[in-house]
Design a protein around this ligand. Structure first.
Ligand SMILES: [Fe+2]
Length: 403
């Protein structure tokens, strides 16, 4: 049985041959039974020292899962022989299997810096933006292109990763277009409101989103441990007038980054203190949601990973540890809220029927001014779906493999 450590099984052959040539060739390989390591050397004298368990575990990914589990538990499977043939190290194992490791595989697994996050766009720097960001002018894509062209879809996903917000044109004003888009870019995230949510201005509704009342900047559903990571708004009907029905958007990463630079103590407090988010929806559904977390969430490298600014569901409980520093927390939080609502950071976006706005729910705050419901029954109607990064990144990885 030959188990090959290369991309040939998942990428077009042309890609394999074009990438192999970019890596220095494998020229030697040795087995060290005492240290239980396989050492491979390239012609530039770079050495890769792989534990037997690692090499075998990955080789057996394409075979039955049971041998790999028992091999890891016992640690008894060893290689018996290794030889070099045409830029590849062929390893014979005591089980009778053989693996092949080539230079392209080594470069792909060990040649890059440590991957920082799950994002497939490893080297892409995010662009933080302020009020002068005009996403109608800067980053628009065509709905049909995204549905039919893999290159355009990948460009769209990259732009979304970079700016956190993209406008899609020409989606028609027919209901259900978001289902097509979500299926193309990943899969939907369901929530207590269902899959495809309609936001429509009506009188006396229990959910603020379905009224004409202004909404301060916020992210959706922070009272869930796994808040939705992207939102998509599809404009079905819109109010007339240049600004009626427009939404407000603010790049929360830009705001948090500014806070970190100008008011580091406030940033520190908001990133280290945990607060309660709570939403009892028992008035029409039998759920009472609660989650605790910081206002500014950092990743393990100390970079900003997510921001939460949803006053309407911020609970009234604080941890015991925070009781002695509540006034400091409030001062820091007030500053963060004021900055997010500052005109320097807010951009206004009015969607027309047939346009879709996609944005990162853990980065971009959204809200709206109050608007009038006119007597002529003019309405503003959006359809909304959520989708997670797991789904979008899974699609992006697949596109990156083949394009
Ligand atoms: Fe919202």
């Amino acid at each position: 049985m030959l188990l090959r450590f290369c991309r040939a099984h998942c990428s077009p052959a042309t890609r394999l041959f074009s990438t192999v040539s970019r890596h220095t060739r494998i020229v030697a390989a040795t087995l060290d039974s005492d240290a239980r390591r396989l050492t491979i050397q390239n012609e530039d004298e770079k050495r890769y020292s792989l534990p037997f368990a690692y090499a075998r575990e990955h080789a057996l990914k394409t075979a039955s899962k049971e041998p790999i589990r028992s091999a890891i538990r016992s640690g008894t499977v060893t290689p018996t022989k290794v030889r070099i043939v045409n830029d590849a190290a062929f390893v014979d194992w005591s089980t009778g299997e053989q693996t092949e490791i080539d230079s392209e595989w080594l470069a792909r697994h060990f040649g890059r810096r440590e991957s920082k996050a799950v994002s497939p766009f490893e080297s892409l720097e995010k662009t933080y933006w302020r009020s002068d960001y005009d996403c109608h002018a800067a980053n628009t894509v065509d709905f049909t292109d995204i549905l039919n062209d893999d290159v355009k879809l990948l460009e769209f996903l990259k732009t979304l990763e970079r700016y956190g917000m993209v406008v899609i044109n020409n989606a028609t004003s027919e209901s259900g277009q978001l289902l097509k888009l979500a299926k193309r870019a990943g899969w939907l995230k369901s929530c207590i409101y269902g899959n495809l949510i309609t936001v429509k201005s009506v009188q006396n509704h229990t959910n603020l989103a379905n009224t004409n009342i202004g909404l301060e900047l916020h992210g959706d559903l922070p009272h869930l441990a796994y808040s939705p990571e992207y939102q998509m708004f599809h404009c079905i009907e819109q109010l007339s007038g240049p600004r009626a029905g427009a939404g407000w958007y603010s790049d929360g990463f830009a705001v948090a980054s500014y806070l970190r630079k100008e008011f580091p103590r406030d940033f520190d407090i908001l990133s280290k203190s945990t607060v309660q988010f709570q939403y009892d929806v028992a008035d029409y559904l039998d759920f009472n949601c609660e989650h605790w977390g910081p206002i500014i969430k950092l990743d393990r490298y100390g970079d900003i990973e997510a921001v939460f600014l949803t006053n309407s569901v911020r609970g009234d409980r604080f941890s015991h540890k925070m009781k002695s520093c509540l006034s400091d927390w409030y001062a820091a939080y007030r500053r963060f809220v004021q900055l997010a609502h500052n005109s320097r950071f807010i951009t206004e976006v009015k969607l027309s029927p047939g346009q879709i706005l996609v944005f990162d729910n853990l980065r971009i705050f959204h809200g709206r001014p109050e608007y009038l419901l006119k007597e002529n029954r003019e309405v503003r109607r959006l359809e909304v779906v959520y989708i997670d990064k797991d789904a979008v990144y899974a699609k992006a990885r697949e596109l990156l493999n083949f394009l």
